[in-house]
Each structure stands twice: as structure tokens, then as C-alpha cells.
Design a protein around this ligand. Structure first.
Ligand code: ZN
Ligand code: ZN
Length: 333
């Protein structure tokens, strides 16, 4: 019998689906690309044709300009070459999808990036039983256990209220994390205006247009220093320590990232208030997902593959390590 999934070929540049003559999340420009979500290590510009959810396509439009786009709604099935393709929610960022590939009785699920926790800005992860589950392993070490998100938001608000002469500057990736932090703050009853760095504007506006309410947002540009006292300000992580932040009133520097679990990373970025808020699974959620999906094989991509490989071995799940390039981006997280 042929090897399971022999119609799927992982290359460093992405996953090639032979009978569709298409690539999943290719890092180079190709004729046909199936894209799981809008983060830069998965979605690139310049493809001949792109299949993705309408939200991911809208995000790609904002970042790369108009694509030759084929929108596929969650749950819809299309045919690309000889392969049936559908997209189901991955719970990672708005529009993020797992891509289901069905060919000659075999089912492969490419999960892209995903998480299992509730996120007010996107649809929750759906468990899809399959033969091969291709998973990320960004936080694939037992030491990674993300705390409760609500508790992290409470710490942020507590700090804001106890240092009334300052502001809290939160570094958060511009796609996904920024909007999630804002939406989580709203859910915790923070209804004050939230200020943003100019780099956040287009994606925040897009989220609202796509039906994710973010409350009152104001640009930092044009606001007087006094107006920013006692406020939460969201910026890209790269702006935390640059000249731009000098205009702010004595900011408490915070950052929302799964990497904030690693003290050294927080120190490197001069982060005073590390917030462990991740758009990826922690170790328990990764292993629970493999249990839930119960595939015949697990193929592991970007991150710390070794520990998850070992876990699979111990639990009698056949596992394979894929070496894809360009698949680790701290900032994204
Ligand atoms: Zn991502
Ligand atoms: Zn990724």
C-alpha cells in the first residue's frame, strides 16, 4: 500500500499538494496558493491565484494590495485540481482557517496556526478528524503553559488604575493580537477610549468593518500629552522602545505575547509589565488537540518539534517533523 499522504509534499517553501498542483502557505510566489491566515509567514503577496477565507483575503488586500482572489467561506467545499478543499476555523486570528484536503479517501488537515481558547475576535477552532494532522509547535515545550487570559487583562487594568499619573503602552502584533487585547479589555468592562499607534489603524478599521466591535479608538498622533495620562495605548512591539514612545506620559511598558512567559525575552525588550497572552496553543492545548483530532499521523511544523515528536512517540501516534523555512516570527506572537 502506498504511504499515507504521499500526495502531499513538504518543501522548505511550503506544503505542495500534488493532485491540486497548489501550495499551502508558500513563502515564495506560486501559481496557486491556499492560504490559512493573514500573518506574514503564511500569507505572501504575488501569487497567481489565492484561495482563502473572505476575511483573510481582505487582510491580504490591506497588506499586499489586490490579490487574484477566490474566497472560500468556512464550511464551503471547492475543488482544486483533483482535490476537495474546505476551510474551517482555526481560532488564531480573524479569518484564520485549517485547510481540509480530501483526496482518494485520505484526509489531511493543515491547521496553520491555531489556539483553543476563546477569542472575542474570531471563530473558535473546530476539531476535524483526519488521517494526517499538520500542526504547528510554536510553544511545543512542557514549560509553556499560558495563564488565564482574563487574569492577564486584570493585571493590565490594575496597573493602569494604580499609577494614575502614567499611561500603559502595550506592544502587540498589529494583526490579531492588538484587536484581541482591545476586545478582551472591552469584555472586562474597560470602555474608555483606547489610543493606537498609526501602524494599527488599517487593521483595526478592517476588523470593525468585518464585524468585530472594538469600541472607541483614537490615534496617538494629534493627541496632547495630558490627554494620554491614564490611558491604554496599543503599538507594534517594534515601537515600544523607539523615539515614538518618548512623547507619551511616563509609559508603563507592557507587551502581550506568549513569549512573555520567558523572563529573559521580557527583559530584552525592557518590558515592565509582561502579559502572557498568546494566539497559539500552549503545551497542554497542543497535546489535547492531538488527542481530540486523533489522526493516524501528526506532521509537525514551525517551532519546537522535538518535544512534541517525543510526546507522540510515547502516545503511539506516528509523527514526522517538517522543516519549513521562515516559519518562526516572534513579533507575530
Ligand atoms: Zn499566525
Ligand atoms: Zn505562523
Amino acid at each position: 500500500m502506498a504511504r499515507l499522504g504521499n500526495w502531499i509534499e513538504p518543501f522548505p517553501e511550503g506544503i505542495y499538494v500534488k493532485p491540486a498542483d497548489a501550495w499551502v502557505d508558500p513563502s515564495k510566489a506560486v501559481e496557486k496558493a491556499l492560504v490559512t491566515h493573514g500573518h506574514a509567514d503564511h500569507a505572501r503577496g504575488g501569487h497567481g491565484a489565492v484561495w482563502a477565507t473572505p476575511e483573510t483575503l481582505a487582510i491580504m488586500d490591506v497588506r499586499y494590495g489586490q490579490q487574484s482572489a477566490n474566497p472560500v467561506a468556512y464550511g464551503e467545499t471547492i475543488r482544486v485540481g483533483e482535490v476537495e478543499v474546505s476551510f474551517v476555523p482555526a481560532g488564531h486570528v480573524l479569518g484564520s482557517a485549517q485547510i481540509i484536503l480530501d483526496y482518494r479517501g485520505e484526509r489531511v488537515v493543515v491547521s496553520g496556526d491555531y489556539k483553543r481558547r476563546p477569542d472575542p475576535t474570531c471563530a473558535p477552532f473546530v476539531v476535524v478528524p483526519c488521517d494526517i494532522f499538520i500542526t504547528e509547535a510554536t510553544f511545543g515545550l512542557p514549560v509553556f503553559r499560558h495563564p488565564d487570559t482574563g487574569a492577564e487583562i486584570d493585571r493590565l487594568l490594575h496597573r493602569l488604575h494604580h499609577e494614575p499619573g502614567r499611561c500603559v503602552l502595550v506592544g502587540a502584533y498589529a494583526l490579531g493580537k492588538a484587536q484581541r487585547v482591545i476586545a478582551e479589555l472591552r469584555a472586562c468592562g474597560h470602555h474608555e477610549p483606547i489610543y493606537y499607534h498609526g501602524a494599527m489603524e488599517r487593521l483595526c478599521t478592517l476588523y470593525e468593518q468585518l464585524g468585530v466591535p472594538l469600541g472607541e479608538l483614537r490615534p496617538v498622533a494629534g493627541a496632547k500629552k495630558e490627554e494620554l495620562v491614564g490611558r491604554i495605548i496599543i503599538c507594534p512591539p517594534s515601537a515600544l522602545n523607539d523615539r515614538w514612545s518618548r512623547r507619551l506620559p511616563d509609559p508603563v511598558t507592557a507587551m502581550a505575547s506568549g513569549w512573555m512567559r520567558v523572563r529573559q525575552r521580557a527583559r530584552q525588550k525592557n518590558v515592565e509589565l509582561p502579559l502572557v497572552i498568546s494566539d497559539h496553543c500552549d503545551w497542554d492545548e497542543l497535546t489535547q488537540t492531538i488527542r481530540d483530532v486523533a489522526p493516524k499521523e501528526v506532521w509537525i511544523t514551525h517551532g519546537r518539534e522535538d518535544a512534541l515528536m517525543h510526546w507522540c512517540m510515547l502516545h503511539q501516534v506516528k509523527a514526522r517533523e517538517l522543516n519549513l523555512v521562515g516559519y518562526e516570527d516572534d513579533e507575530e506572537e
